[in-house]
Write a protein that binds this ligand. Structure first.
Ligand SMILES: NC(=O)c1ccc[n+]([C@@H]2O[C@H](COP(=O)([O-])OP(=O)(O)OC[C@H]3O[C@@H](n4cnc5c(N)ncnc54)[C@H](OP(=O)(O)O)[C@@H]3O)[C@@H](O)[C@H]2O)c1
Length: 347
């Protein structure tokens, strides 16, 4: 089959389509014929040689896909009791006794991967697969799972954002940010965002953001303290000198959920300030989590976020779609940070 491979670590030009081999599904795995793959910042780091695929996962990039189930390994089929709904976009609701979702050949699905999504086929543990939500386009569903699972697990499962609280989202126009705004807004939080332009902030406002901060000339610490009395939860992708500023922007009992360090991995922290706020800082990587934890997150996403997608309260925001062979152009767009929302590759 064809996949986009990293020929050597480097800039976007090192991505090329090549023939690769992929084994069929083993126990508890599904094979999916890929329709579209989501592009993530982590893929850029992988291309540069800084973030290799974990062991047991194909070495070509791609953390999420949408597509059609084409083969099923042992113990991953849908059982007779599990056929509550059938057909495209309506996979089963759970294999009895296992808590794992069951699927059949032909189901329209989207999946969270450790790597290997820029390809015609993927093989993935069944616990990392979700049915395409009713009403969501099969292609656009490729941009859902990584951002939904990341935002849900960090902002809601770990940081416990509640209705009536304030959520500060850095990088509001990113793939991650556009989902965090929508989920925060849909679940009753007040949402503050940072971004670098008026056009990006306007897009954030349309998604439900209440406090719009252009970080190129506004101080987010001042704005969030003045307008919300501090943030209860901060979703941070910047790190570096934002760590200390995030602590100053926290409300009492506030929680910082750090998921990246685009502004630097080393930071100064005033522990006294954190203590006075009774604040918490957590940092996680979804890709590095064991399969069982990923399955738990996917199950929680299915229960809590899928209904919001099916009601239309939350939607995938797609900035651009490129043919698989133009993966280099997709990476250049991501590195420009000119996009708003998700970038997809069409397989
Ligand atoms: N830990 C995890 O499990 C996990 C999972 C998924 C994603 N992530 C991380 O989350 C981040 C967002 O991912 P994505 O795929 O959504 O990326 P993306 O769409 O490319 O967005 C990146 C955003 O970061 C902002 N940004 C970049 N450098 C910045 C800086 N120095 N200061 C302030 N803002 C900056 C840019 O916004 P402006 O144009 O407004 O500056 C841009 O919108 C990435 O770093 C990614 O690796 C982590």
């Amino acid at each position: 089959m064809r996949a986009v491979v990293v020929t050597r670590p480097g800039d976007a030009s090192v991505l090329e389509v090549a023939e690769v081999r992929l084994a069929g599904p083993g126990a508890g795995e599904l094979q999916i014929d890929v329709v579209a793959a989501g592009v993530n910042r982590a893929d850029v780091s992988q291309r540069e040689g800084r973030y290799p695929s974990p062991p047991g996962v194909p070495e070509w990039p791609g953390l999420e896909v949408s597509g059609i189930v084409s083969a099923i390994g042992p113990a991953a089929e849908r059982t007779a009791d599990d056929r509550g709904s059938t057909g495209p976009g309506a996979a089963g609701t759970g294999a009895p006794g296992t808590g794992a979702p069951g699927f059949a050949v032909g189901d329209h699905v989207c999946a969270l991967l450790g790597g290997g999504g820029y390809a015609e086929r993927v093989v993935v543990p069944v616990g990392q697969v979700l049915p395409v939500p009713r009403g969501v386009d099969l292609v656009d569903a490729a941009g859902l799972v990584e951002v939904v699972a990341t935002v849900w697990s960090n902002v809601f499962m770990l940081a416990g954002l509640a209705a009536g609280e304030t959520l500060l989202v850095h990088g509001g126009s990113s793939g991650i940010g556009t989902m965090a705004i929508q989920l925060g807004h849909a679940l009753g939080a007040r949402v503050a965002v940072t971004a670098r332009s008026a056009a990006k902030l306007e897009a954030c406002r349309e998604l439900g953001a209440d406090i719009l901060i252009d970080y190129t000339h506004d101080d987010f610490v001042e704005r969030v303290n003045d307008e919300a009395g501090g943030a209860d939860v901060i979703l941070d992708v910047v790190g570096g000198d934002y760590l200390d500023r995030n602590v100053r922007a926290l409300a009492t009992n506030g929680r910082i959920a750090n998921i990246a360090s685009m502004g630097g991995a080393e930071a100064r922290l005033d522990l006294g300030a954190l203590m006075r706020k009774r604040g918490t800082i957590r940092s996680t990587s979804l890709r590095a989590r064991p399969a069982a934890e990923k399955a738990e997150i996917i199950q929680s996403v299915r229960e809590n976020v899928w209904p919001l997608l099916e009601s239309g309260a939350v939607r995938p925001l797609i900035a651009a779609r490129f043919p698989l062979a133009e993966a280099s152009a997709a990476h250049r767009l991501m590195e420009s940070s000119d996009h708003i929302g998700k970038i997809l590759l069409l397989v």
